[in-house]
Design a protein around this ligand. Structure first.
Ligand code: F6P
Length: 548
């Protein structure tokens, strides 16, 4: 028997969910003119309208009660204080120390980590200036204008997606390329376009053991040497970010070219560390600092705001409401801003790698749903494809719509159209269209009664579909920093409620181990095929194809 699902708060929420079944949000809006104001929070440059959700005051109180029962605030304080909350890996989870502008120390096992953090930030700032000014030159004396960033997972998604999101803030004069996949097509395509004399390689791997990143770096090193560079010249062209200094040095990276990070920074929370160096190279160091400042503001809000006014807490509670009391299995993110198009993929790793877990506490088997499937893409494109399922499908898919109010380099007509589509979608999802409305629309269309009735059924939209709308004054570096920290803390709060460890990722390990076993068998045709029959047959086919 699981204590969470048997708890008084859980039971209260179950009855509240039953109480509102059959009620419709459009009536709640008709009955309560204050609803939009009541369910609205403004903080850190982000406005959240959460009035189009299946909630009322009592439900929000019930959800806040659940957060209290699960000691969310105590757990939050433990995270900020550097306690060993990642208990399976025996580590703190202190990404917040990387954007700590308070001037206060942050202690990990009795040691203040801030001096090292600040020293690394200075090193980053200095390096970025030298690249941008052209004073750091390649081995033939040319400035390094092509930056190839190699890394995967958290060592890729944050740097790439945040760089992309801040295109209006780019430093001109450099090109930044990202390569993650071990699929050789990508690295070969990128290198084919570059002049090795002007190329800087930033290899990012917290562990320095990740197969994809090591192989892509080896391929790049090989390309550099074949193009005319020597072993000695590598120091000018290859740098790395890692917490595994020993392995990086063994690999051949000069010690002064290693930017450190620490095991108390989770991979998917690492863009605030030197893993964010590609962002600083793309935007300039000051803009990168602004990203960190925005995240720090959100940290302060998360620590100080009462639960019912707390952006990450409220968003987390709404997610728990749908996941655990309405059976929602996914959550869609819909940025109405082209530059933010990668954000769903970023949150995918953040959320699914953090809360895709089935053990609570030390060893309790969980009997309730945890992290949902996160997906989505930029608006308005989705409106012409998958939104149909959200509007009329039989599964409940809560949505987060996002829109910057002001944008650069777009004329008003485009932006007004974008905004109207965004708002119109949230309205359509909420209010739907009744059978009577659909039937009335078909008046005078020359249809038989039967045809009119049948068509009206197809055109009926259930509505009552929940969504949040997040508006930003503009998506500048600071607001983006706050947005990313908002989702980080949302994921943290949900993990705290579900009792999972949001900071490990054991589930990805087995695939890595088995992948390496298979690689041995592919490379060495004499290795016996002693795996399961299906995998043996796949390897056999691959071996045969290699021989042809
Ligand atoms: O395989 C998952 C993972 O461990 C992620 O958590 C991490 O962000 C990614 O791999 C890359 O790891 P590293 O930075 O150690 O190369």
């Amino acid at each position: 028997m699981n204590s969470l699902t048997q708890s008084p708060c859980w039971k209260t929420l179950q009855s509240l969910a039953a109480e509102i079944s059959g009620q419709h949000m459009r009536h709640w809006f008709e009955q309560d003119p204050q609803r939009a104001e009541r369910f609205n929070i403004d903080a850190c440059g982000i406005n959240l309208d959460y009035s189009k959700n299946l909630i009322n005051q009592q439900i929000m109180e019930g959800l806040t009660g659940l957060a209290n029962q699960q000691q969310v605030e105590t757990k939050r304080d433990a995270m900020f204080a550097g306690e060993i909350i990642n208990h399976t890996e025996e580590r703190a989870a202190l990404h917040t120390a990387l954007r700590n502008f308070s001037g206060q120390p942050v202690m990990v096992e009795g040691v203040d980590v801030m001096p090292e953090v600040l020293a690394t930030q200075d090193k980053m700032g200095d390096f970025v200036k030298r690249i941008h000014s052209g004073s750091h030159k390649g081995y033939t004396g040319k400035p390094l204008k092509e930056i190839v960033c190699i890394g995967i997972g958290g060592s890729f998604l944050g740097p790439k997606i945040m760089s992309e999101a801040l295109k209006p803030y780019w430093h001109q004069g450099v090109n930044v390329h990202f390569v993650a996949n071990v699929d050789g097509c990508h690295i070969h395509d990128v290198l084919a376009t570059l002049d090795h004399e002007q190329t800087l390689v930033v290899m990012s791997s917290k562990s320095f053991t990740t197969q994809e990143t090591l192989q892509n770096t080896l391929t790049t090193k090989d390309w550099f040497l074949k193009a005319g560079g020597t072993q000695q010249d590598i120091a000018k062209h290859f740098i790395c970010v890692s917490s595994n200094i020993e392995a990086a040095t063994e690999f051949g990276i000069a010690e002064e070219n290693i930017f450190p990070m620490w095991d108390w920074v989770g991979g998917r929370y690492s863009l605030w560390s030197a893993i964010g160096l590609p962002i600083a190279l793309r935007l300039g160091y000051e803009n990168y600092r602004a990203l960190l400042e925005g995240a720090y503001e959100m940290d302060c809000h998360f620590k100080q705001a009462p639960l019912e006014q707390n952006l990450p807490v409220v968003m987390a509670l709404l997610g728990v409401w749908y996941t655990n009391f309405f059976g929602a299995q996914s959550h869609v993110l819909l940025p109405y801003y082209h530059y933010l198009r990668g954000f769903p993929a970023y949150v995918q790793q953040l959320d699914m790698e953090s809360n895709g877990k089935c053990i609570a506490g030390d060893k309790e088997q969980i009997d309730y749903a945890t992290g949902p499937v996160i997906w989505g893409s930029e608006g308005t494109n989705g409106q012409h494809s998958f939104h149909q399922l959200i509007h009329q499908g039989k599964v409940l898919i809560p949505a987060d719509f996002m829109l910057p109010l002001k944008v650069e380099n777009q004329n008003d007509t485009h932006h007004a159209m974008l905004a109207s589509n965004c708002f119109g979608q949230t309205q359509a999802l909420m209010q739907g269209k009744t059978f009577d409305e659909a039937y009335a629309d078909l008046d005078g269309k020359g249809l038989s009664d039967d045809k009119r009735e049948s068509l009206a059924h197809h055109k009926t939209m259930p509505g009552n579909k929940p969504s949040n709308t997040l508006l930003f004054e503009q998506l500048d570096p600071k607001t983006l920093g706050a947005l990313v920290a908002l989702y980080e803390h949302k994921v943290f709060v949900q993990g705290a409620i579900w009792g999972v460890n949001s900071f490990d990722q054991w589930g990805v390990e087995l695939g890595k181990v088995l992948g390496n076993q298979v690689l041995d068998k592919i490379r060495n045709a004499d290795e016996p095929l002693d795996l399961d029959a299906s995998t043996n047959a796949l390897i056999k086919r691959f071996r045969q194809a290699l021989k042809k």
